[in-house]
Design a protein around this ligand. Sequence first.
Ligand code: PMP
Length: 455
Amino acid sequence: MTHSVQQDKKSVWHHLTPHQIFDHNDPLVMVKGEGMRVWDINGKEYLDASSGGLWTVNVGYGRTEIADAVREQLLTLNYFAQTAGNIPASEFAEKLIEKMPGMSRVYYANSGSEANEKAFKMVRQIAQKKYGGKKRKILYRERDYHGTTIACLSATGQEQRRDHYGPFVPDFIQVPHCCEYRSQWGEVEDYGIRAANEIERVILEEDPSTVGALCLEPITAGGGVITPPEGYWQRVQEICKKYDIILHIDEVVCGLGRTGKWFGYQQYGIQPDIVTMAKGVASGYAAISCTVTTEAIFNMFKEVEHDAKMDYFRDVSTFGGCTSGPAAALANLNIIERENLLENADKQGKYLLSLLHGLQEKHSIIGDVRGLGLFAGFELVEDRQTKVPVDESVSAAIAAHCMKQGVLIGRTNRSFALFNNTICLSPALIATKQDIDDIVHALDCALTEVVAETK
Ligand code: PMP
């Protein structure tokens, strides 16, 4: 065992990890990345189909252009609070807004959770100051995830992630998920409309004058890669307009090209009021997140003199927007644009999905295949008729087999007990046809072996 592994075993508390596994195994320690590939401390090479384990490294590893931009910025001005401006923060904000017609202002922070917290605080301040405390309820969806803080967990529809950490923040209300494969209402025509109408039902039950915002992932990520059913988003937008509800879209996973457009919501022709983003904003070269709002939302915090009850946004983040984060984000965005990575994500994503449908024909353990762009998942079931999810150990074994073959994949895990059976794929947007072939070949072998082993 190398010294670093010893140090890790002795001193590091890993995220989302039952540490007893290290009584008999060594932790995986990563040391290097280049393009689509990473190497661990033992020199083993992996093709990374998970973009760093958590859907993050959109432009791939080893980008000197981003590293140089960060280095130059640190040497020019490493820090000054966002109460003042700085050059990369304004340059990136302007470029980002260009990609988001209808959106207007960028509020910086450091992680997806924080970006969502800022959005919730905006909604709560609007509720208090503009509506005298009404319209403070925030709706969120079963199976969606919005982050790790107590408020974000209050808005998270995954019981296993939440249940140790209550009590939660009041006035967060859950609406049903929209996974047609797991339809709550049996086989229904127009499932998408039905699932969206359920949101309206909850709004009416709660009283529309008390509901301020609806916070949704464009495609549910960690909750099982749930692509929205036909008609869903258009109906959701109508409902928000009808009841004057702020539509907050959490693009922490889908943002910056993952689905083949700049943002996931742009796949559905809708117009949000607030958009949050993090992971792909700087592809992991810096910790940065953004809460982007319309001018109408921004103005509510600005026109204080016209509305004595309103106030500016009393929020701050020491590191948000300062200064290497936006420098990395700007270089990252330039790469996505210059290398046409949206087109590549769209093209290779379609190819990936077609291969996964091929795997589904071959392996009856695959119940459902879902995805858009370089963002895909498939559900493993014991039986296609009953759709009973496989035990978590089966998806774990498939991930382990892929890893043995030098391919890193993701999966929904213990944190989501009911549907912990989804294999998740999110290769970097630079993936080639050969990379996709290699990923799917590893999956094919893993499925064959694991199914044989469990018989
Ligand atoms: N929203 C979504 C949709 C996410 O998937 C995540 C992280 N996996 C978050 C928010 C939280 O982001 P972070 O871990 O950067 O706080």
